[in-house]
Design a protein around this ligand. Structure first.
Ligand code: GLP
Length: 261
């Protein structure tokens, strides 16, 4: 079972995630972070940037792999996940840009982009800590319902609800690309620690399905149940549909301090 931690708000979640990443980097200065885009992890990146600054942590060796990218956006498009990761993660944290990879969504090389990305993750020794958000449809990365639980990085077609949700970043819904390249669920499950974040009512159903529903390709988030070290950090609203909420609170309140998340 995933460990479920209910926090007051995104800021508190950010502190927890930042603390975990700071300990990881202290133990392993060339740690490999799995980076999610979307609004959910932003507070974690901000908290991490603050800790790195305040404690003068050397992050020059830290490596990163983004979960996903749109296919076919022009180079330098501000909403490409390459641009988002640069803006929200690489620059504020002071990471070395060459050490942070994003799947390549260029249509010219797309046929082998998935295999190339898998090879790069393997060559880096795998992801140490993977940050995940979850979409309304239950997707992790861009693995929409129906994605194989064993899938690796490949091209997927976005669902209409996901395109509508992501339209807020574009001028119009039609501008949201139809295709993406995303780490597969199998890729995500190879990371050594999964940290899934979710906030607000709109995520409550997807969180309940991921944590307590049946494991199924129809609910990509439920794949976290197959992982030996998965942490789900949610606010009260996102936790509101969890049947075993009282137990999660009890377990967290009684957790030995040395364990961390
Ligand atoms: C996006 C991303 C996912 C993200 C999810 C939720 O489409 N591809 O990686 O987790 O949808 O987004 P948000 O955090 O903005 O709710």
């Amino acid at each position: 079972m995933a460990e479920v931690v209910v926090v007051e708000d995104e800021r508190a979640a950010g502190e927890l995630v930042a603390g975990s990443i700071v300990s990881l980097i202290r133990q392993k200065p060339d740690a490999v972070l799995g980076l999610a885009t979307g609004s959910t992890p932003l507070a974690s990146y901000r908290a991490l940037a603050a800790r790195i600054g305040a404690e003068s942590i050397d992050v020059r060796g830290v490596r990163g792999f983004a979960l996903d990218e749109y296919v076919g956006l022009p180079d330098g498009h501000p909403e490409s996940y390459r641009a988002v990761i640069t803006r929200e993660v690489v620059e504020p944290l002071g990471l070395t840009p060459e050490l942070v990879r994003v799947p390549n969504g260029d249509p010219a090389t797309i046929e082998h982009a998935g295999a190339d990305y898998e090879a790069a993750i393997t060559a880096a020794g795998g992801v140490d800590l993977q940050i995940l958000g979850i979409g309304r449809t239950g997707h992790i990365g861009f693995n929409e319902p129906g994605s194989s639980l064993a899938s690796l990085t490949r091209v997927k077609t976005l669902t209409e609800p996901t395109r509508v949700d992501n339209a807020r970043f574009f001028d119009s819904p039609e501008d949201v690309p139809m295709h993406c390249i995303t780490q597969g669920i199998g890729t995500i499950l190879r990371a050594r620690h999964l940290v899934l974040l979710a906030f607000g009512d709109a995520k409550a159903e997807a969180v309940a399905a991921a944590v307590e529903g049946g494991v199924s390709a129809s609910q990509p988030g439920s794949a976290i149940q197959l992982h030996p070290h998965a942490t789900v950090i949610v606010d009260e609203a996102a936790a509101s549909r969890l049947a075993n909420l009282e137990y999660y609170r009890h377990a967290w309140a009684n957790k030995p301090a040395w364990q961390g998340i």
